[in-house]
Design a protein around this ligand. Sequence first.
Ligand code: GTP
Ligand code: MG
Length: 344
Amino acid sequence: MDELKELALSGGIEVLESIIQHRSKADPRLLMGHGKLEDLSLLALQKGASIIIFDQELNPSQIRSITDQTDIKVIDRTQLILDIFAQRAITKEGKLQVELAQLKYMLPRLVTKNTAMSRLTGGIGGRGPGETKLELNRRLVRRRIGQVEKDLESVILHRQQQRAKRSKKNLPVISIIGYTNAGKSTLLNTLTKSSVLTEKRLFATLDPSSRRLKFPKDTEVIITDTVGFIKNIPKDLLVAFRATLEELNNADLLLHVVDMSNPRFEDQIESVEKILSDLNLNNIPTIKVFNKQDLVDKEISQRLCRFFDATPVSANDESTLFGLIEKMEQSILSVSVQDAELIF
Ligand SMILES: Nc1nc2c(ncn2[C@@H]2O[C@H](COP(=O)(O)OP(=O)(O)OP(=O)(O)O)[C@@H](O)[C@H]2O)c(=O)[nH]1
Ligand SMILES: [Mg+2]
C-alpha cells in the first residue's frame, strides 16, 4: 500500500485515505465485501475524493460493478502505472509503447453505452497519447493497435540500425538497471557529468538515454539508463516495452542499482531479478550497487554490502564512486580479454 501511495503521488494524485480489507477470498463481483464497499463510498464522499484506486488488478466486470456501486471513478494499479507512463513518455518510441499498452489494456474493457465506461476514459487513468482514441469503439481500437504496432516496428528498426552503427565502433555497453527511484539516473549523471532528469517520483525515466564514459585507464564505454522496474509489472506494459528492454541483451555489464535505504529493498531486488530472468538477461555479468549509503547507518551499510556482495555508493556524491568505477573497469577489461582469447 505504501508503494501504491508513492505511485499515486507520482501520478499527480493526492491521497486522502487508504483502507485495507482482510478477506479469505476476494468477492468475484466487487472484490471487497458489499458492506465494506458501502463504507468506502461513504468515506470517499465525506472526504471529497474523486477517484478510488485499487492495488489489485480489476477485471472489466469488477470495474463496472464497483463503479456502479460507488458512483466514483475506479481504476486499478495497472491503469495508474500506465497513466504515469503516459505522462512521462517523451520519445516517439516511448509514446507508441505506452499507447499500445493502454489500448491493449482498454480493449477488453470497452463496452458500448455504459456509464462506468465513460468514467473510465479521459482524465486520470486514461491520459496521454491514447487519450482521445480510447473513446473509439472496439473495431477502431483494434485497427489502431495494428497501426501502432506497425509504427513501433519501424521506429525500433531505425533504432537498431543506429545501434549497429554505434557497435561498429566496438565500445562496450554498460546498462544501469534497477527498481524505480533507486537512483539510476542520478548515478548516470554523476558518472558522466550530465543532466538526465532525476526526481523523487517513481518512473522519472521512461526513455533510455546513453552517454559515453571514459575510465581512468582510458577504456571507453557507452553507459545507458533504463526505465525503472516495479513488482507485478503490468503484462501489457512489459510486452510494450519489450523491445527497449531487450536492448539490454547487448549490454556487457549490468549495474543493478538498489536503494538500500528503502525498507522494502530486498523485495525490490527480488522483483528486479525476476524480471531479468523473464527477459533472459540473468547471464550478463552484474554488479550490485547499493545506493543512498548516506541515508543508512555506516555499520549496517557495510554489513548489508558484505552479505549481498554489493558495492556501496551515494550516486549523488562523486567522491563515493571510486570503488564502483574500479569494479566496472575491471569487469569490462576482463570481458574484452575473454573476447580476445576467443579470437586467438
Ligand atoms: N540521499 C540520497 N538520495 C539519492 C541518492 N541517489 C539518488 N537519490 C535521490 O533519489 C531520487 C530518485 O533518483 P533517480 O536518479 O531519479 O532514480 P531512478 O532510479 O532514475 O528512478 P526512475 O527513473 O523513476 O526509475 C531522487 O530524488 C534523487 O535525488 C543518494 O545517493 N542519496
Ligand atoms: Mg531515472
